[in-house]
Design a protein around this ligand. Structure first.
Ligand code: IVH
Length: 662
């Protein structure tokens, strides 16, 4: 056998073994056999690199890291469905469908909680994997996609096809990924969806490979090209081609009653599934009916996503713990018996302030219900007063700072520790400084900062940048090894070259959020310029009112803050803006834009970036304050509204003219 023949043979054997394992649930190779074939293939490919094939399973370990992802334009826009939340809306959806087609039936599928991905195969070989992006333009993540073991590198038929599905992380892989992150002193992922999104967009695909992502196929954008007549047939075809589909859970409905029953049954199975789902996707099954129903400007009319109600879980309040923020604000926090809520384990939630606690009448020992607000942050929904016993303890507001014992002062609903040297305020300031939207230093979690502060390793912001001289001391500490200290120091060094808006946000000028910091950085280009800006000048900037302007000027007039900036400068922290510079243009600058419909030559994000570059602002809805509405193909109701309000309209042609004139 020639090397080429042996390589072909090994690839066939290994890919077929994956098919048996993932699709048929029936592995026939032992782990040992698999490993032997794999090793042999690897060594042949090393010896004859020119013979390495795109569908070789050795691609699954990832490839060279990249600086950024290339953009790809989707052949068919990657849309998503409208969300609905209750039975009434399900009935309304069914009624709406019945107005256009007779006797519709529905394909019912678990709504996987991950992110959608598009896979392109040529001649049956995976040639491209892409994210959804803005639906029109996504990112090319082919190398990362190849690391996902449940994605076939070669199909069972040598066809050209695009397949869509969900990239997700199983509950087990999520626990493992967070365990690794804990061991490396990195912030844990909030939930499997964030973990999947973060992992699949790694510039270094070797990291993606370690995260054990999965893929569930559920959609072919042009099913008629393969002679398919229904969505159910599409799903069966996908499985035949070698994709993992949800064939055991997908269902079919003839009427609303069937749909409701399916939702109820799936809800019961939900806690025991190995991955998170957040609802049920309903699709009109007959592809001819789908054609008749078509699309609105945004979404398909032939499908909808029913979302399960946010899970509410009961637990017992163990303690109300007061924390001190970097501004001195005191926050009462509910510490409760840990519970799983919508896929993550939670044990605390903010109780905001004194007034909030009194209003809820919350007491230690109470049974409380918890839910995730906005999908991530846990909140206390309700105190179950009917389950209160005599053992509960009354809520008592503290009158002294829990850290420095300074008497608290009250401002409106909040209490504050007025002591500027309060260690809690210092620690929170440091935590904020290194946080992701600020200097984005990995490896310095809240607990580590607190320990380092208490041990005197980091007392001031400047100390973070001197940490590299304390390498030996840190390695001695529990939880640190050579690798984690190297990672930490690297992350600190990398942060030195951040564009200045991160620093501006990180130093914690009262009222300056990440967005305002960016506006200021773009406008002043460096910190020196901003420090010289007058009150009047600042007030004239759009989005900066009197209060913010005052806050900025007074911050920079304080000698201790000037000293901090100087010290950071000396430590080599970048003070310049590195992002896109804005250019003045009378057609765009300072105007508010709304985009509706599809612009054939440019994706949404690209348009937004372009307008931003010329200091234009894009907003989501049309109002009297909108200056221009850019109208592409199949515009939505925003177009009607613009006409109604007499707002300037740019069609594709006019928009193209403006771009050409720039
Ligand atoms: S079909 C045209 N099927 O939920 C829409 N989507 O709004 C094609 N999702 O963004 C998508 N499970 O990421 C479809 N079985 C399923 C799905 C599913 C999860 C996601 C998808 C999409 C959103 C639906």
């Amino acid at each position: 056998m020639s090397p080429q023949e042996r390589i072909d043979d090994l690839i066939n054997k290994i890919n077929h073994a994956s098919y048996e394992y993932y699709i048929l649930d029936n592995p026939t190779l032992t782990d040992q056999e698999y490993d032997d074939y794999y090793k042999e293939l690897l060594s042949l490919e090393e010896k004859y690199p020119e013979l390495k094939r795109a569908d070789s399973p050795t691609n699954r370990v990832g490839g060279d890291a990249v600086d950024k992802f290339d953009k790809v334009t989707h052949a068919h826009p990657m849309l998503s469905f409208d969300d609905i939340f209750n039975e009434e809306e399900i009935r309304a959806f069914d009624e709406r469908i019945k107005k256009s087609v007779s006797n519709p039936t529905y394909s019912l599928e678990p709504k996987m909680d991950g992110l959608s991905g598009s896979l392109l195969y040529e001649n049956g070989v995976l040639v491209r994997g892409a994210t959804r992006g803005d639906g029109v333009v996504g990112e090319d993540i082919t190398t990362n996609i190849k690391t996902i073991k449940s994605i076939p590198l070669r199909l069972t038929e040598p066809i050209d096809i695009e397949v869509r599905g969900e990239i997700y992380m199983s509950k087990e892989a999520f626990m493992k990924a967070n365990e690794d992150r804990r061991n490396n002193n990195e912030n844990e992922f909030a939930n499997p969806r964030n973990a999947a999104a973060g992992s699949v967009r790694q510039l270094d695909s070797k990291i993606t490979a370690k995260r054990n992502l999965d893929f569930m196929a559920y959609f072919i954008p042009n099913p008629e090209d393969y002679g398919l007549k229904t969505q159910s047939e599409s799903l069966a075809y996908l499985r035949k081609l070698g994709f993992v589909t949800n064939y055991k859970l997908n269902g079919h409905a003839k009427n609303v009653e069937d749909i409701l029953k399916y939702i109820e049954d799936l809800g019961k199975k939900r806690p025991d599934l190995p991955y998170n789902i957040d609802g049920v996707v309903l699709k009109v099954d007959d592809l001819n009916d789908e054609k008749v129903l078509g699309f609105t400007s945004r979404v398909p009319r032939w499908g909808i996503a029913y979302k399960f109600p946010a899970e509410e879980v009961l637990t017992v309040l163990r303690e109300i713990k007061f924390t001190v923020g970097r501004t001195g604000k005191i926050t009462p926090n509910a510490i409760f018996h840990p519970v799983h809520v919508d896929g993550s384990l939670v044990s605390k939630a903010t109780l905001h302030n004194y007034d909030y606690c009194i209003e809820k009448d919350i007491r230690v020992g109470d049974v409380i219900s918890i839910r995730k607000a906005g999908d991530v942050i846990p909140e206390v929904v309700e105190v179950k007063l009917d389950r209160r016993t005599d053992d509960v303890k009354d809520f008592v507001m503290i009158d002294r700072c829990p850290m420095c014992d300074t008497p608290l002062i009250r401002k409106d609903a909040n209490h504050f520790c007025p002591n500027e040297h309060c260690p809690a305020r210092k620690i929170e300031g440091l935590v904020h400084f290194v946080s992701r939207p600020a200097m984005n230093i990995d490896g310095l979690g809240d607990a580590i900062i607190e320990d380092f502060y208490n041990m005197g390793i980091i007392k001031r912001i400047e100390d973070i940048y001197n940490l590299k001289d304390k390498r030996e001391d840190i390695i001695e500490l529990e939880g640190f090894g050579n690798k984690s200290v190297d990672n930490l120091i690297n992350s600190i060094e990398t942060s030195k070259s951040n564009s200045v808006e991160r620093l501006l946000f990180a130093i914690g000028i009262p009222g300056i959020g990440a967005k305002t910091a960016k506006v200021l950085a773009k406008k002043y280009l460096n910190l020196d310029n901003l420090m010289k800006a007058s009150l009047e000048e600042l007030t004239n900037i759009k989005d900066i009112g009197d209060i913010l302007a005052n806050s900025i000027v007074s911050y920079f007039s304080e000698p201790k803050n000037q000293e901090l900036i100087n010290n950071l400068k000396e430590l080599g922290i970048n003070m310049e803006y590195k992002g896109e510079k804005t250019i003045n243009n009378p057609l765009i600058s300072n105007k508010k834009f709304v985009i509706t419909g599809t612009i054939s030559f440019m994706g949404r994000n690209e348009i937004k970036e372009l307008l931003e570059k010329y200091d234009g602002i894009t907003v989501d809805s049309v109002s009297k304050k909108t200056d221009v509405v850019i109208v592409g193909e199949a515009p939505g109701s925003k177009y009607d509204k613009a006409l109604e309000l007499g707002i300037e309209i740019w069609n594709e042609e006019k928009f193209k003219e403006v771009i050409d004139s720039l």
